[in-house]
Design a protein around this ligand. Structure first.
Ligand code: CA
Length: 237
């Protein structure tokens, strides 16, 4: 299980990152300043560090140099600045890769997988945790989902919605939480969720009236659970 240090002072970005990394079966520690990051890498072993450049205490380039002074852990720079010469300089200063904000979770996953692959060259590939609920199997790292062994062709949002619900099987998730966690919005239209749910249902071969995995509880929320086992066939007495 790869362990990741997230260095990010923006609470919103930080919690979104942490959530995604945990879903991708990483262990995560997070800090909001460069000095805390230095303390972390001095005390714990990480497989990769995601370093925000705009930190409140130290300039990102300074932070990177100090990190490099004590560890050779792979570092992915996350920057809102799209300044090529600076990025080149950071890569020369020991960054392993960079991402320009805002970046998608797919993009982050791909970069992390590449960095981990490089740092483990010759070693064993990480085995990501696959979420299984009934006949559903979801691989969050590879972003692939299957139902009864058949690949599902899901949009990004459908995949995120399915993964989020499947990670909490049997738990009713309030719509507000879905909006916040899957759409990263603090408010919104219930219709947004309903539309995506109905697309997802269609792909799972079920309907709201005849649910199998996805259950809507009116006024409460949504839950995903394995389908009830079919009743045993009646036997003649
Ligand atoms: Ca920042």
């Amino acid at each position: 299980m790869p362990s990741v240090l997230v260095v990010e002072d923006d609470q919103f970005v930080r919690s979104a990152l942490i959530r995604h990394l945990i879903e991708a079966s990483h262990t995560v520690r997070s800090v909001g300043t460069a000095l805390e990051a230095l303390r972390e890498v001095a005390h714990f072993r990480f497989d990769v560090v995601i370093l925000d450049l705009g930190l409140p205490d130290l300039d990102g380039a300074e932070a990177l140099k100090m990190l490099r002074g004590i560890t050779d852990v792979p570092v992915i720079i996350a920057t809102a600045r799209d300044d090529e010469s600076e990025i080149v300089r950071l890569l020369n200063d020991g960054a392993d890769d960079y991402l320009t904000k805002p970046f998608s979770v797919e993009h982050l996953s791909a970069r992390m997988a590449a960095v981990l692959r490089r740092s483990r060259a010759g070693g064993e590939a990480p085995s990501p945790r696959v979420i299984r609920v009934g006949g559903l199997s979801i691989d969050p790292l590879r972003r692939q989902a299957e139902l009864d062994g058949t690949a599902l062709d899901l949009t990004r949002r459908e995949f995120d919605l399915l993964t989020f619900l499947a990670g909490r099987p049997g738990v009713v998730v309030p719509r507000k939480e879905l909006l916040a966690e899957v759409w990263q919005q603090s408010y919104g239209d219930d219709q947004t969720i309903d539309v995506h749910l109905s697309w997802l249902r269609r792909k799972l071969g079920e309907t709201a009236a005849r649910p199998c995995y996805l259950h809507t509880l009116r006024g409460v929320g949504v839950k995903l659970q394995p389908p009830a086992a079919p009743p045993p066939p009646e036997r003649p007495a």
